[in-house]
Write a protein that binds this ligand. Structure first.
Ligand code: COA
Length: 389
């Protein structure tokens, strides 16, 4: 009998601050309808000066450690495209902050917004090899585009931590996967830049091509039919993209694309992304969190996942929701992560966006802003210093 492997627990974290799109619209003279309806975003998380992908990742992962301990975790994979170091894996700082044992394998994965799906699939492989082990998969990103660019409205920040193991309490990950890779320049961030470069229209088109490509391969690999899925979790750089993607998939499959059908399929998957903004690798798993936290009973139902990472790599796969999953959700904590954010105005957001850690190798404390459990306390001799509250 084949093993049941998947997501045993899932926890999210986001930034200290939130910028409503009304403030951005007032600054740049955009009709708010473009943000609320056109791209489907209401607000975006903004990180404090003393937050980064490490503090977000540790904040997301700590509740998993508190509930399950560290005994079975032998691998931590952190996926990000807003990396803080070209050599050292960000997960090593997280490993230390959350108290994982030294007998742990830690590595960082990158392929734009797709990275966490690679991490999840690699985790499934490791667990299949040794079912006694669990893998901690963390997606953590701070999405940052240039000020006053079209991408500015699609920023955000979040982390999702997932514990992967046998007999999962939440979602069983199924074979097969539909895969798609194409060499396109829709979004990239050269090593010398802090902000990403993006060709927005190209990226929308490349994403839709990838939807087709992954579905074609998924079908050829013997996957489920469209009708077998109760909901679809798409990567959501902005929530309207999920609607575009699902309509494209329905069209490609010759199905009806009436708005009710599309809305029913996307269900509650956009609720968190709509107020958090783009969180790159975390986005598709924030969609899952929102679905599990808010949808009617999904026991035994199949969920389709479409993970897209610019450049580009995409994967379509299915997960089946496990009986009793509701007893293991962290719905209150997830809502608290969102509602606890402090609203900032445009000027404060702009100052945070422009904040940079000094690169002179000196000793520099960061302003104490975050009220979260972990903070980036400063930098000294080019070394980042983290602290636990
Ligand atoms: N009321 C309602 N809708 C409005 C509107 C208004 N007042 N004004 C514009 N819109 C709609 C447009 O019709 C368009 O809808 P459509 O996509 O269904 O045609 C949508 O709002 C966006 O308008 P657009 O002119 O395309 O916006 P833009 O040039 O600012 O680009 C993005 C939008 C998302 C491409 C841009 O923010 C971006 O580059 N983001 C980063 C890249 C990204 O997220 N890529 C996604 C793939 S990973």
């Amino acid at each position: 009998m084949s093993l049941s492997i998947g997501i045993h627990d899932l926890s999210i974290a986001t930034g200290e601050f939130v910028l409503p799109h009304t403030a951005l619209a007032a600054h740049n003279g955009t009709d708010i309808g473009k943000y609320h309806v056109g791209i489907g975003q209401e607000s975006m998380s903004v990180t404090a000066a003393d937050e980064d992908i490490v503090t977000l990742a540790a904040t997301a992962a700590a509740p998993l450690i508190a509930r399950h301990g560290t005994d079975r975790i032998r691998t931590l994979v952190l996926a990000t495209e807003s990396s803080i170091d070209q050599a050292k894996a960000a997960g090593i700082y997280v490993h230390s902050l959350i108290g994982l044992p030294s007998a742990t394998r830690v590595v960082e994965l990158k392929q734009a917004c797709y990275g966490a799906t690679a991490a999840l699939q690699f985790a499934v492989g490791l667990v299949r090899r040794d079912p006694a082990q669990q893998v901690l998969v963390i997606a953590s990103d701070v999405s940052r585009y240039d000020l006053d660019s079209p991408g500015e409205a699609t920023q955000g920040a979040a982390a999702v931590a997932m514990l992967v193991g046998v007999d999962p309490a939440l979602v069983r990950i199924e074979d097969p996967s539909g895969l798609y890779t194409a060499d396109v320049m829709d979004f990239w961030r050269p090593n010398y830049r802090d902000t990403a470069l993006v060709d927005g229209q190209e990226s929308v088109g490349a994403y839709l091509q990838a939807v087709e490509g992954t579905w074609k391969d998924y079908t050829e690999q013997g996957g489920r039919t469209l009708e077998e899925f109760a909901a679809f979790c798409y990567h959501q750089p902005f929530t309207k993209m999920a609607y575009k993607a699902h309509r494209h998939l329905l069209n490609y499959c010759g199905r009806d694309t009436d708005p009710d059908t599309v809305t029913a399929a996307l269900g509650e998957t956009t609720a968190y992304n709509r107020v958090i903004g783009n969180s790159y690798t975390a986005s598709v798993y924030l969609a899952l969190a929102a679905l599990l936290d808010q949808a009617d009973d999904l026991t035994g139902k199949s969920v389709g996942f479409l993970s897209y990472g610019s450049g580009s790599v995409a994967e379509f796969f299915a997960g089946t929701v496990v009986a009793g999953y509701r007893d293991h959700l962290r719905t209150d904590a997830h809502r608290e992560a969102i509602t606890r954010r402090t609203e900032v105005g445009y000027d404060a957001y702009r100052a945070l966006h422009e904040h940079r850690l000094p690169a002179d190798g000196g000793d520099h404390a960061t302003p104490a802003q975050t009220t979260g459990p972990y903070r980036l306390a400063g930098i000294s001799g080019h070394k980042r210093l983290y602290a636990t509250r």
